[in-house]
Design a protein around this ligand. Sequence first.
Ligand code: PMP
Length: 427
Amino acid sequence: PYTGPSSEEIMTKRKEFLSPSLFHFYKKPLNVVDGKMQYLFDENGRRYLDAFGGIATVCCGHCHPDIIDSIVNQIKRLQHSTVLYLNHAIADFAEALASKMPGNLKVVFFTNSGTEANELAMMIARLYTGSHDIISLRNAYHGNAAGTMGATAQSIWKFNVIQSGVHHALNPDPYRGVFGSDGEKYAKDVQDIINFGTSGHVAGFISEAIQGVGGIIELAAGYLPAVYKSIKNAGGLCIADEVQAGFARTGSHFWGFESQGVVPDIVTMAKGIGNGIPLGAVVTTPEIAEVLTRRSYFNTFGGNPVCTAAGLAVLKVIEKEKLQENAFVVGTYLKKRLTELKDKYEIIGDVRGKGLMLGVELVTDHQHKTPAKNETLHIMDQMKEMGVLVGKGGFYGNVFRITPPLCFTKEDADFFVDVMDYTMSKM
Ligand code: PMP
């Protein structure tokens, strides 16, 4: 049993010693003390089904035994900086990761986070092309350092940041966007930005395949092929941010961009890559990777032995436990059940996403799509009381983000939907 400090004591310490910007979910915040696969346990040993943590960290499940073994074995043997000496862990994981990539994407740079990965990707694009302008999507989240905060395009995540050559294109959002689900129409806006907002040459384009923080928005079909063509013609590189949609989550494919049939020039990843261990990566082609030899590029911990041992174990677990197939089968089933719920409750405006990256958007009326923000918070709180944790996101804070560990079962999906159903029926 847990004998540590209570929620109240932790809150007191947080208030006094931690940044006032730290936020937490729930009116009565949850003190999680143990995790096992798709479950979390609070200080009283109460179990919660975790339908959100899969994105935050644990693609394979909390405290997955194989991954823990790999981490512990490596840390008992050696933990060190990445650079200076040889070690097999980083080379083994780079090779395994490269084997999951299409085309000639086979050179890996490791970082400690998604922000760092995207900062590096944008710098590489600028170096390689000799251009500065980068196009990203409105509603995107790419990180919180100077460059990536510029690429991020939701006011809530932006401080007084210098945009530094980033232009934000119309978001190809099938639910709220002006062109509905016609991807090619939105893509024209990127060409317009190139024509009217730049010299005609750009460094690149960066986007997620399914916006995560933005509220599980799947880019309209046909969007990426058209945009990649415009960017290529303008001399730029295409960057796919797979921090959330990567690592088998979408079920149909290992990477999110694959469902649009494109091959990026640079792919960035983090979060699920290490099942909770701080790790990020940038993967590109040998030709593009050359630009980093112009100066010394150094990252003390990016790709250190312990983190890369975790990364390799994650890839093995995804394979061994057929987690991509599971994401497809359970995700398809869960989406079907959520769609049925939409027919039952007016408040559900949209159900979307792929595999185990699903979104449920709540609106007070279908015509104006007025965001039901308070209702979202209320349902989230009530679901927690019944033992289910779900995420939320979207610019208006009215979208449930359902992104569980990939070991989520059909029974978990049923429990999740039944709890959501019951909660909505009581409103
Ligand atoms: N890209 C995407 C798509 C993300 O969702 C996030 C984090 N929410 C990041 C980049 C930044 O990752 P990190 O928090 O590890 O810096």
